[in-house]
Design a protein around this ligand. Sequence first.
Ligand SMILES: Nc1ncnc2c1ncn2[C@@H]1O[C@H](COP(=O)(O)OP(=O)(O)O)[C@@H](O)[C@H]1O
Ligand code: SF4
Ligand SMILES: [Mg+2]
Length: 321
Amino acid sequence: MTILSVRNLKTYFKTFEGVVKAVDGISFDLKESEILALVGESGCGKSITALTIMGLVKNAIFEGSIKYKDMELTKLSNEEYRKIRGKKISMIFQEPMASFDPLYTVGQQMVEATLTHLEVNEKEARKICINMLKKVHIPLAEKRFDEYPHQMSGGMLQRIMIAMALLTNPDIIIADEPTTALDVTIQAQVLKLFKELQETFKTSVIFITHDLGVVAELADKVHVMYAGKIVEKARVFDLFRNPLHPYTEALLQSRVKKEYKGRPLPYIPGTVPAATKFPTGCRFHPRCSKVMPICSEKEPPEILIDNSSVSCWLYFRSDEK
Ligand SMILES: Nc1ncnc2c1ncn2[C@@H]1O[C@H](COP(=O)(O)OP(=O)(O)O)[C@@H](O)[C@H]1O
Ligand code: SF4
Ligand SMILES: [Mg+2]
């Protein structure tokens, strides 16, 4: 069953340099207990997509629809959104340190979140929180509960963030690069834990990352974002075996290269264009190794191929018109 349905979502910011089209008409569905990875280079609109779904973007121009079950989120008042956010849809941010208030103990912050969303008293809330700390393998959970964020390591704090996100047993967790700030070994541990808990709680997840390695370990399906749009949608297995979009291919190649030590850093030539002035036609055309004349003239349509979809002229057949 589909739990979240996003249609033609746009988030624009008016700035002195012009209109920033951070998210520019994306559509996707998230199913029950599914992990959807949203992948792309920095600046392509992943975080703004997440924050828009959470109702946390202010002073922007919005268009399109975000449906959670039968509820149209774009029509909710701030008050109504607050009831959903943190209870039904939770978010885990990249910087664990920035997600906690340094002036309160971890326990105080967890209890407050619990009391806001669940009908329990303080003693019960404390018990729920300590139990959850145990679930994310925090050693000496009772003692750690009364400590301050600065007394914890980054990896431990990120596990506590996961615990916080799960406190209310939400239907959806949106995790925005949750392991990017951690070192590689800790990153692997946190990912493993995340996957375990997702399987236990059957939570649906939107997992945002620029790292395709993480995707392979974790996700069921992948959506690749470029310059405010989704350019390819595929199941993880298909994406790795047979990437369709030249951008996806380039992302995969730059990942393989990373494993060759001593070589220059992997990169895709060029940079993500500024969101105020996207190239005409296909936004990837100035960087694409397979560019054709039509690519700079007309935006490619979304083309369905087996279980995938791709927005690229390479796959267009005129008899399909
Ligand atoms: N408040 C804002 N005002 C103007 N532009 C913004 C704002 N927030 C983000 N952007 C721009 O929107 C684009 C997408 O940003 P973001 O979603 O953070 O990218 P990603 O998470 O994929 O790295 C970027 O070009 C960024 O500079
Ligand atoms: S539409 Fe053209 S420029 Fe864009 S990805 Fe496909 S081949 Fe490359
Ligand atoms: Mg981001």
